[in-house]
Design a protein around this ligand. Structure first.
Ligand code: CIZ
Length: 311
């Protein structure tokens, strides 16, 4: 090992020791989204999708929850655990998809479609969730929409997930024009190239991908569903059509199988903002506490609770 590499590795060890020490002092847990950098997932107490993690945060005895993820995820944890301190280590880590909708936009859409129910994907700001009839995840979106009495549904903010839902329901879906740039930038050409490179591999796509990408998938799955499918399938090779952070856990939990990213461009910049030093600083200096005003928290909590009653 070169001297530079040895110094870097000693620096990483020191930062991890600082994280462990402050985690104990603060009686904290670290939870990391499936899209976080490998080294962050490696030091986390729990990894998962945004809702799994918010539920875990609510169940833990810990008083401080460090959420390695993006703003809407830390907010969701706070919605379910208002009495706990929820920290987002990088306060600028926003979600470009969540930013495609505001509460005012949604109020106007409701006025235009007064008969329609409003289903809001969890990748959205708390004040938007607060105006929804019910929330959904990518794993349960179809089930949530089909459970509603209304024949029309405003589905926001992801247009590709809305399209996926529309294919699996009799209801009229009114899609919001938002999308996740990490998923939406991928085209049928990328799929063709990945399939040509790995002809034996099963292709799992996330429903935030474009319809022509999902249309070529062996299965369209949320991140938690991908983890379950990769374990259960006899196949030993998979092309993974979602953010590349997902490969860390897939590989760790299935060492005998091989996972290929659909494209090396599937990198969410916001998800990659968190560093080990940010985690250590978050714990030592209590950075950055997430606050959701109580009337908004109550409204958003009700929309989440309505979803949890469905599944
Ligand atoms: O809700 C989540 O965690 C995201 C962003 C994706 C998924 O499918 O789990």
């Amino acid at each position: 090992m070169s001297q530079v590499a040895a110094r870097q590795s000693a620096g990483v060890e020191q930062t991890i020791a600082r994280i462990q020490q402050w985690k104990k002092t603060r009686c904290a847990v670290i939870i990391a989204h499936n899209y976080q950098p490998d080294e962050i997932q490696a030091v986390a107490d729990y990894t998962g999708d945004s809702l799994e993690l918010a539920r875990l945060a609510a169940k833990t005895e810990a008083e401080v929850i460090v959420f390695a993820g993006v703003v809407f995820m830390a907010e969701s944890a706070k919605l379910l655990s208002p009495q706990k301190t929820v920290l987002l280590p990088v306060k600028e880590a926003g979600c470009p998809l969540a930013d495609t909708i505001t509460a005012e936009d949604l109020r106007q859409a409701r006025q235009q479609h007064p008969q329609a129910a409003v289903v809001i994907y969890v990748n959205s700001p708390a004040e938007v969730k607060a105006l929804a009839d019910v929330c959904c995840t990518s794993a349960n979106a179809v089930e949530v929409v089909n459970s509603l009495p209304q024949a029309e549904v405003i589905f926001a903010p992801d247009k590709n997930l809305a399209h996926w839902v529309a294919r699996h329901t009799q209801k009229r879906i009114i899609p919001w024009p938002g999308s996740c740039c990490t998923h939406n930038n991928i085209t049928a050409k990328d799929v063709a190239a990945a399939k040509q490179a790995h002809p034996e591999a099963k292709f799992m796509a996330h429903p935030e991908c474009r319809p022509e990408v999902c249309g070529q998938a062996d299965a369209v799955l949320s991140t938690s569903q991908m983890l379950r499918r990769a374990k259960a399938e006899k196949a030993t090779e998979f092309i993974v059509g979602t953010e590349i952070g997902m490969l860390y856990r897939l590989r760790k939990e299935n060492p005998e199988k091989t996972f290929y990213p659909l494209s090396s461009r599937m990198v969410c910049r916001s998800m990659k903002m968190t560093s080990l030093a940010d985690l250590a600083d978050a714990l030592e200096y209590i950075k950055y506490p997430v606050e959701v005003p109580e009337p908004i928290r109550m409204g958003a909590f009700q929309a989440l609770e309505a979803m949890l009653k469905i599944n």
